[in-house]
Ligand binder design. Structure first.
Ligand SMILES: Cc1cc2nc3c(=O)[nH]c(=O)nc-3n(C[C@H](O)[C@H](O)[C@H](O)COP(=O)(O)OP(=O)(O)OC[C@H]3O[C@@H](n4cnc5c(N)ncnc54)[C@H](O)[C@@H]3O)c2cc1C
Length: 570
């Protein structure tokens, strides 16, 4: 090999490669660089610098060309994206448009993505509830999927590690089914939310309304100021990007922290095509990248690889990483790669009105709302469906104007709205059961603009989901009645899987290489220097919003990887 080639290979060689710079990739980058590893972070999208690349963050409503609405011509070509309620004129630049990155829906599936540095950490709703021991025991106790190779006690210290750094606001609620964490002060419930919480306590022991724990700096500490972040001012314009760093995103927190170690190289516009496996070494040696602008294929090398491309894209990369040893995808000896995909069942909601509490005129601006932890089948099986659901709950004081008029009277009505009644609402967040037939695979014929096969998605609801949503609606209708709410409107929604934006599985963790892909440390059973620690690794889904668990699993796996490298085990 010529000196020129040797130099070039050297420049493309790192201790670690992280694929994806979203919520989980940001954590991998932070932990690996802090552990002393020169780390290359590969991101398929453009760079988004904290505070600099948030073009709409400080805009007033009247400064938007369409007053925040998505114009018809954009709506027309983005039917999937239009169903994501966070998609607006203020946030559109952080979402993948339907036509830009097609996929094949064998069954209806709304795949909501953000391809840029920071991934969907810029867009998320920042709800961060821990799992409990009952969640990790779930599959074994109820006999579905496979047993998790870890328990709550294994991940608890890593939840704390992540919570302290990211900054999670929440109260110590003392619930076994939703363990407390290392919290900053929680945001309060408003008067009517608090009223409903008291009603439940009195009439439905074991059911609670708590303040949703969220990744916001209600009271920043030294570690947050060191990240350059400041207090959350409840502007509630979060998913336009927060210049204050009031909420956790990779852009405001983990990525700049990793950069400061001097050991991170971030390469945007780098579409990872596949992982390179060297049979003679029995491990992965690097990745193939397509430069998204020049379309050139470049190889990068490393001793360990973290796959954090966002659940389904991590499945895609592994399925596309074929070799003589792994003809069906990296680590896929048992043929289960891409199978047992699961999600959260958000297919029902309920609203009502409350005629009391008229003396309370404001509903309070906060970055979170009320949260009802799962109360069905937690400690023992008690219904005809498996597992259960958590729920959002919030109350707002509405204002009304009579708009059935014209001219000056209309102007006066709009300028002087009257306070209406309180409105309350809830939505379900149900656990779904991972099933073999819910799967993703590569399309044998169609490729994207970068030569990567399109993903085919075949995921759907089942009877368990239907029974669960009926139960949610029955229970909430009854509880709303008991609380004295009126005009109760239960609703089943026609929402395809995916729109919950909590897609998980396909590369599940487990004890047995015959029935799972990853071990207890998120290593591929059959290729130990490749770690998958985003949602693809999830064995079951529980009901809690999942990203806090991805962060904790990633931090845990990355620290393990650093130690294993030191011991020369990888
Ligand atoms: C509107 C909205 C609200 C949400 N609310 C919540 C919530 O309240 N709580 C919660 O827990 N979760 C929430 N989520 C989900 C949450 O955003 C995701 O679970 C989380 O971002 C997943 O982290 P990740 O690192 O796996 O993937 P992402 O954050 O999606 O990051 C993946 C990154 O990998 C990159 N990538 C993909 N493929 C490749 C490739 N081939 N090569 C290189 N790079 C690649 C992508 O561009 C992206 O930057 C919400 C999501 C949205 C959109």
């Amino acid at each position: 090999m010529s000196n020129l080639n040797i130099d070039s290979v050297k420049q493309r060689s790192f201790d670690a490669i992280v694929i994806g710079s979203g919520i989980s990739g940001g954590w991998a980058a932070k932990e690996l660089t802090e552990g002393g590893l020169n780390t290359l972070v590969l991101e398929r999208g453009r760079d988004v610098k904290h505070g600099v690349d948030y073009p709409t963050a400080n805009k007033y409503p009247w400064e938007f060309e369409h007053r925040g609405e998505i114009p018809y011509n954009i709506k027309k070509v983005n039917p999937i994206l239009m169903r994501a309620n966070a998609f607006s004129e203020g946030t559109a630049h952080f979402f993948v448009k339907d036509e830009e990155h097609p996929y094949v829906q064998e069954k209806d599936f709304d795949w909501i993505r953000g391809y840029q540095v920071g991934g969907r950490s810029l867009l998320w709703a920042r709800q961060t509830q821990r799992w409990s021991e009952y969640d990790f025991e779930g599959p074994e106790r109820d006999g579905f999927a496979v047993d998790w190779p870890i328990r709550y006690k294994d991940i608890a210290p890593w939840y704390s590690h992540v919570e302290k750094f990211a900054g999670i606001a929440g109260n110590k609620d003392g619930l076994k089914e939703l363990p407390d964490g290392d919290f900053l002060p929680g945001f309060p419930l408003n008067a009517v939310e608090d009223y409903f919480a008291k009603q439940l306590k009195e009439k439905y022991p074991g059911r609670y309304v708590i303040s949703g724990r969220c990744a916001h700096l209600s009271e920043p500490g030294t570690i947050h100021y060191q990240q350059g972040r400041g207090r959350c001012l409840s502007r509630t314009a979060c998913n336009r990007g927060c210049p204050l760093g009031g909420y956790y995103s990779s852009n405001s927190s983990t990525l700049p922290w990793a950069e400061r170690t001097g050991r991170m190289t971030l390469r945007p516009f780098s579409v990872v095509h596949s992982i390179i496996y060297d049979e003679s070494k029995g491990k992965a040696t690097g990745v193939r990248v397509i430069d998204s602008e020049s379309k050139e294929m470049i190889e990068f090398y490393a001793r360990i690889i973290f796959v954090n491309a966002g659940s389904l894209n991590s499945n895609l990369i592994l399925l596309n990483s074929t070799s003589d040893r792994f003809p069906n995808g990296l680590g896929n000896d048992n043929g289960l790669l891409g199978k047992y995909i699961a999600f959260h069942n958000y297919s029902a909601n309920i609203s009502a009105e409350f005629e009391g509490y008229k003396e309370y005129t404001t509903d309070g601006r906060r970055p979170t709302g009320g949260y009802v932890p799962r109360f069905r089948n937690v400690f023992k099986q008690e219904t005809d469906f498996l597992r259960g659901y958590a729920c959002g709950f919030s109350a707002h004081r509405s204002s009304v104007s009579d708009t059935n008029t014209f001219g000056e009277p209309l102007k006066q009505q709009l300028l002087n709205p009257k306070l209406g009644v309180w409105r309350v609402g809830s939505h379900m967040m149900g656990e779904t059961i991972p099933k073999k037939e819910n799967e993703v695979k590569l399309d044998p014929n169609r490729k994207d603009d970068w030569g990567v096969p399109l993903l085919r998605i075949a995921v759907e609801y089942d009877d368990n989901d239907e029974k669960m949503r009926n139960d949610y609606l029955e229970q909430f209708e009854e509880m709303f009645h008991a609380a004295g709410f009126v005009n109760i409107r239960p609703r089943k929604t026609v929402m395809a899987p995916g729109l919950d934006i909590h897609e998980m599985g396909g590369v599940r963790m487990g004890k047995d290489p015959k029935t799972s892909l990853l071990n207890a440390w998120n290593q591929l059973h059959h290729c130990k220097n490749v770690f998958v620690s985003d949602g693809a690794c999830m064995t079951s889904t529980s009901t809690q919003n999942p990203s806090l668990t991805y962060m904790a699993l990633t931090a845990r796996a990355a620290n393990f990887a650093v130690e294993e490298l030191k011991k020369q085990n990888l």
